[in-house]
Design a protein around this ligand. Structure first.
Ligand SMILES: CC(C)(COP(=O)(O)OP(=O)(O)OC[C@H]1O[C@@H](n2cnc3c(N)ncnc32)[C@H](O)[C@@H]1OP(=O)(O)O)[C@@H](O)C(=O)NCCC(=O)NCCS
Length: 331
C-alpha cells in the first residue's frame, strides 16, 4: 500500500561555505592523489567551513535563502526539523538555535539523527504534520559540518566528505502533487561499519577517547559501498512499482551523494540512464544530510525540475538507515 501524504515541497535552497578544499590540497595532507579520488569516488572538491562556523550557521544560511525565495515570513513557520549528525552541541538541539536566529517565533522543532538518510527521514516526518492538517509550513533542513568529525590523517575517510546544508519548505499539497509515497527502514546490524564511537554516553569525551581518535568517523568503506548500492536500487524499484510507475516515468533520480560509483551501480540496477540522475558529488563530496536538498536545489537551478515531474529521492546512511521518497514536483 502506498503512503500518500498531502504535502509538497514549495521551495528549496542550499548553502555551502566559501572555502574549497580540492583533491590537490588533500594530496598535501595525506598519501592520496587526485586521480585516485576522482576515479574511486567522483569527487573533485568539497567545501569546508571555518572554525567559527557550525552546523547551525550553515542551516541558518540555507533557511534564510529559502525564506527569501519563497517570500515566507519566519513567523509563519510551524515546525523546524534539522537532520544532522554534527549538531553544534549535544544539546540544545540545533533546531532551537536555528529557530531563534531566523526569527521563527511560533515554531517548535527538533533534531533528527539518521546520518546520510537524515534529510529523507526528516522530509517524511515533517510531511506528516502537513498531511495531517496540524501544520501549514514546515521547514526541513539537512545540515552537516562533516569536517568537524573527520581525521585529516585518515585518507580513507577524509577525502569523502564536505560541509553544507540544504532546506525545503513543506506546505499542503493539491490532488496530484507533492509526496506520493515513501519507504524507510533500518538495519541496525550495519551500525558497526560506519560510526563515531566517542563523545556519547558510552564513551564520554576524555583525554583517552581523543588519544584513541574515537571522536572521528570510522568506516569500513567496502561494506557500506555494497549495502548502499543494493539498497538504494531496491528501495527505488519498490516505490516505483508500488505506485504503478516504471523507470521510464521518472524525470529525475536524486540520490544521496556518497560515491559516484555507488550512484552508478544503483542506477544501473534500476536501468536509469545518466540523463535522469542528479550528480553534484564532484563539487560538494558527501555532505551527509545536506546532499539531497543540495541536489534538489541544483536540479531546480539547472532547469531539470518542472511542475508535474516525477522525482525519486533515494539514500542509505549509517545505521544502516535507508530512505526513498517519491514525489510529483509541485512548482
Ligand atoms: C571508501 C571507498 C572510496 C574506498 O574505495 P574502495 O574501492 O572500496 O577501496 P578500498 O577500501 O578497497 O581500498 C583500496 C586501496 O586504496 C587505498 N586507499 C584508500 N583511500 C585512499 C585514498 N584516499 N587515496 C589513495 N589510496 C587510498 C586503500 O588503502 C587500499 O589500499 P591497499 O589495497 O594497499 O590496502 C569506498 O569503499 C566507498 O566509497 N565506500 C562507501 C563510503 C561511503 O559512501 N560512506 C558514507 C555512506 S553514506
Amino acid at each position: 500500500m502506498s503512503h500518500r501524504i498531502a504535502a509538497k515541497i514549495s521551495g528549496v535552497a542550499g548553502y555551502v561555505p566559501p572555502k574549497v578544499l580540492t583533491n590537490a590540497d588533500l594530496e598535501k595532507m595525506v598519501a592520496t592523489n587526485d586521480e585516485w579520488i576522482r576515479t574511486r569516488t567522483g569527487i573533485c572538491e568539497r567545501h569546508i567551513a571555518d572554525s567559527a562556523t557550525a552546523t547551525s550557521h550553515l542551516a541558518v544560511e540555507a533557511a534564510n535563502l529559502l525564506l527569501a525565495q519563497t517570500k515566507t515570513d519566519p513567523a509563519e513557520i510551524d515546525l523546524i526539523i534539522v537532520a544532522s549528525v554534527t549538531p553544534d552541541m549535544m544539546f540544545p538541539a540545533t533546531a532551537c538555535l536555528v529557530q531563534d536566529r531566523i526569527g521563527a517565533k511560533r515554531a517548535w522543532g527538533f533534531d533528527l539523527s539518521a546520518a546520510c538518510s537524515g534529510f529523507a527521514y526528516a522530509l517524511t516526518v515533517g510531511a506528516q504534520f502537513v498531511g495531517s492538517g496540524a501544520h501549514k509550513k514546515v521547514l526541513v533542513i539537512g545540515s552537516d559540518k562533516m569536517s568537524s568529525i573527520l581525521d585529516y590523517s585518515d585518507r580513507a575517510t577524509c577525502i569523502l566528505f564536505g560541509d553544507g546544508a540544504g532546506a525545503v519548505l513543506l506546505e499542503p499539497a493539491g490532488e496530484n502533487e507533492g509526496i506520493l509515497d515513501f519507504e524507510h527502514d533500518v538495519d541496525g546490524s550495519g551500525g558497526q561499519y560506519l560510526y563515531q564511537p566517542g563523545g556519547g554516553s558510552l564513551n564520554p569525551a576524555s583525554a583517552e577517547t581523543i588519544a584513541k581518535k574515537m571522536h572521528v568517523v570510522h568506516q569500513e568503506g567496502s561494506q557500506v559501498f555494497k549495502y548502499a548500492a543494493r539498497r538504494m536500487a531496491e528501495m527505488s524499484a519498490k516505490l516505483l512499482e508500488r505506485n504503478g510507475f516504471t523507470k521510464d516515468d521518472l524525470t529525475l533520480l536524486v540520490p544521496h551523494q556518497a560515491n559516484l560509483r555507488i550512484i552508478r551501480a544503483a542506477q544501473e540496477r534500476l536501468g536509469v540512464d545518466d540523463s535522469k540522475v542528479m550528480v553534484n558529488i564532484d563539487r560538494f563530496a558527501n555532505t551527509t544530510a545536506g546532499t539531497i536538498p543540495l541536489g534538489l536545489r541544483d536540479a531546480v537551478e539547472q532547469g531539470r525540475l518542472h511542475k508535474g515531474d516525477l522525482v525519486l529521492i533515494a539514500t542509505v546512511g549509517a545505521g544502516y538507515t535507508t530512505g526513498a521518497v517519491l514525489l510529483r514536483w509541485a512548482y
